[in-house]
Design a protein around this ligand. Structure first.
Ligand SMILES: NC(=O)c1ccc[n+]([C@@H]2O[C@H](COP(=O)([O-])OP(=O)(O)OC[C@H]3O[C@@H](n4cnc5c(N)ncnc54)[C@H](O)[C@@H]3O)[C@@H](O)[C@H]2O)c1
Length: 256
């Protein structure tokens, strides 16, 4: 939160001053402090106001995580799982085997560095999200809707938990549309269930969740646009799903 808020303040004060990020949560190390997105929530919607501006330097040191509570550690780890899914099988396997509940922080430092390299590689090619950077939205179309809905109903959830549940939903869509490997999906699904539990979903929430997805700033004219995968590292951006497909996905999530 501090890198988003501090970065936004620095980016707008006197039309922008330089800033350095020293992230102390796993989520900030992996995601929020790199890539140049800064922003604040507005009118109950996530990151509605913000600018792109890179920190001049980012220091990454997992020793800060000694004191971080487990939910916040898991929250950051969800973004690492996403980076594993959009990069390669070997990295994803390492992540699914790593004991994040009792982390070896030296080993985690190596995983963090690799994870940040995945993000940087994408951001460098597409800093302002016109194409490839949308890969980083995997899990986030549904995740942001879950997060906003949870906030609106006074049961807020951590960003990474919503992303983890969103990854399961969007990989289900990836199976339907691109035959994403089922064995990897089931492995990821059970990891998410064991570590993050479940988003409490009710059929009566579907319309509101769908509306939130269409309001996501990455979508236009009431269309829901997903980033999906054909396989690990096989990224398919700009995938439009119908309301029926979205409801089917939510049915799957609720029933499984
Ligand atoms: N800009 C981006 O690209 C981007 C990407 C991902 C997430 N985000 C945003 O980041 C926000 C979440 O940020 P966050 O996960 O860094 O959480 P946070 O800043 O809210 O911190 C979570 C809690 O951990 C505490 N804390 C921080 N470091 C600690 C440490 N080392 N030991 C013990 N406690 C510590 C904080 O005081 C706070 O209570 C969300 O709003 C999300 O939307 C932005």
């Amino acid at each position: 939160m501090v890198t988003d808020l501090g970065g936004f303040a620095a980016s707008t004060f006197k039309r922008g001053i330089a800033f350095i990020n020293l992230p102390t949560t796993l989520l900030a190390m992996i995601d929020a402090s790199v890539g140049g997105k800064t922003g604040i929530n507005f009118c109950g919607l996530k990151n509605e106001i913000g600018v792109f501006r890179n920190a001049s330097t980012v220091f990454l040191d997992t020793q800060f995580l000694h004191t971080l509570d487990r939910p916040n550690l898991l929250s950051g780890y969800a973004e690492m799982l996403k980076h594993g899914l959009i990069s390669d099988h070997q990295h994803l396997t390492k992540l699914l085997q790593f004991d994040i509940l009792h982390p070896d922080l030296c080993l985690l430092q190596q995983l963090v560095e690799h994870s940040v390299t995945v993000k940087e590689g994408i951001v460098l090619q597409d800093p302002q999200e016109h194409g490839l950077r949308k890969a980083l939205n995997l899990g986030h179309t549904v995740g942001h809707a879950f997060e906003s809905h949870a906030l609106a109903t006074h049961h807020p959830v951590l960003h990474g938990f919503a992303v983890a549940w969103g990854l399961v939903c969007e990989l289900y869509l990836s199976i339907k549309r691109f035959n994403f490997p089922r064995d990897i999906f089931y492995e990821l699904q059970s990891f998410v269930r064991d570590h993050y539990g479940r988003f409490p979903l009710d059929c009566r929430d579907y319309d509101r969740l769908y509306e939130l997805m269409t309001h996501d700033k990455k979508n236009t004219a009431g269309i829901v646009n997903f980033t999906l995968l054909g396989d690990v590292g096989d990224i398919r951006i700009n995938q439009i799903a119908t309301k029926e497909e979205v409801f089917d996905m939510l049915d799957y999530y609720r029933e499984n």
